[in-house]
Design a protein around this ligand. Structure first.
Ligand SMILES: [Zn+2]
Length: 374
């Protein structure tokens, strides 16, 4: 999904801002029109549900990929965090009530994955976090909403995890504080977040996967389709697409760069589409779900920008996904634990203006052995 169709410099800048600083999107956590009364409560209830769905699906994909050895760099804590100060001031009381955040806590557990690391430590959604290895989490003290406090806590947690399990002081709705030990599980290095925006979008920036509430809502009742969206974005992070785009050159001449960039972008979208079916299959989701998603999403969401397409037509994307499903089935007939050869593209720096053929990335069987499938 990321990046969206780009037709003007403003679009391009907006996309770069979003991609490189998801903080901007998260600051506007809830649309201004929905900040009061029953609407606000309803929106926050919906947001809480979607945060839980995204946490569960993201966790399952990131752990399964790490178990397979397809990424080795991260951890899962089986939760999503929130900070009261990331919401507009007028909403903060309703936020506390929605999650039952205890008094005196600003950092809270917004979602818990059943059976995950946090759940195993006895942490429940809505728990307030008062200290992390003895340190007080940073809060946003200003009226202006900002996700800075939460991001600081996430970075602190990442640093502390290098030393071992976390010791947290938490409290549930009853406000009684207690200590828990939280032991991380191995997973791909990605956080899964929901932005309360209506636009149906999803983004990856190398460390985060952001799904809008609009996109999550579009897949309501279809967790496999949401898993397809998240697997595609996680694939961008596993395949280092933001870094590789940076390594391919910087936009000195905007127009010329953009035209050449489109090939890089479409090629990386294809890589992400193809790797996603492997991630889905490995995590026990329906591997064909990207096809189902595009048949559902594509007809009303396919437009080319003025400079050309950053993404292929959805029908072409479906064809590439079908092709990869066939290739995956053939690879698994040779070896049930087959590894996607696409992972070897993680360090390939793209050449602007060129689109490599990645339709048959799997190593060919030794000569003399009959080739099955396609
Ligand atoms: Zn994408």
């Amino acid at each position: 999904m990321a990046p969206p169709e780009i037709s003007t410099r403003a679009d391009y800048m907006a996309w770069m801002t979003k991609l490189l600083g998801l903080a901007a999107a998260l600051m506007l956590a809830v649309p201004a029109a929905a900040q009061n009364g029953a609407d606000a409560q309803e929106n926050l209830n919906a947001l809480r549900e979607q945060e839980t769905r995204v946490a569960i699906i993201g966790d399952r994909l990131a752990i399964a990929a790490a178990d397979a050895g397809w990424c080795t760099d991260g951890h899962s804590l089986g939760w999503a965090l929130g900070e009261v100060g990331q919401y507009p001031k007028a909403l903060r009381f309703t936020v506390r009530r929605t999650w039952a955040v205890p008094a005196g806590a600003n950092l809270f557990v917004a979602a818990v994955v059943p059976g995950g690391a946090a759940a195993e430590a006895g942490i429940t959604a809505g728990s307030g976090i008062y200290s992390i290895n003895g340190r007080t989490p940073m809060r946003n003290p200003f009226e202006m909403p900002s996700s800075h406090g939460r991001e600081q806590s996430e970075r602190l947690i990442d640093r502390l995890l290098a030393e071992g399990p976390l010791t947290l002081t938490i409290a549930g709705a009853d406000g009684v504080r207690r200590e828990v030990v939280l032991r991380p599980r191995r997973a791909c290095k990605t956080r899964f977040l929901v932005a309360a925006e209506d636009e149906e979008q999803a983004y990856a920036d190398g460390s985060n996967v952001l799904v809008t509430a609009g996109m999550a809502r579009f897949t309501n009742g279809k967790d496999d389709e949401l898993a397809a969206v998240i697997a595609h974005e996680l694939s961008h992070n596993i395949l280092r697409h933001v870094r590789r785009t940076e390594e391919s050159g910087t936009p000195e001449n905007y127009t010329r760069y953009l035209r050449r960039y489109l090939n890089i972008s479409r090629s990386m979208e294809e890589e992400a589409d193809r790797l996603s079916v492997w991630l889905l299959a490995r995590a026990g989701y329906e591997a064909r779900s990207p096809v189902h998603f595009w048949e559902h999403f594509g007809p009303d969401h396919d437009a080319a920008g003025f400079y050309g397409r950053t993404h292929d037509r959805w029908q072409d994307r479906v064809a590439a996904i079908e092709n990869e499903l066939t290739a995956m089935a053939a690879a698994k007939r040779r070896d049930v634990n087959a590894r996607p050869a696409l992972l070897d593209r993680r360090d390939v720096v793209p050449v602007p203006g060129q689109r490599p053929d990645i339709s048959h990335p799997d190593p060919q069987p030794p000569t003399g052995q009959p080739v099955t499938g396609n």
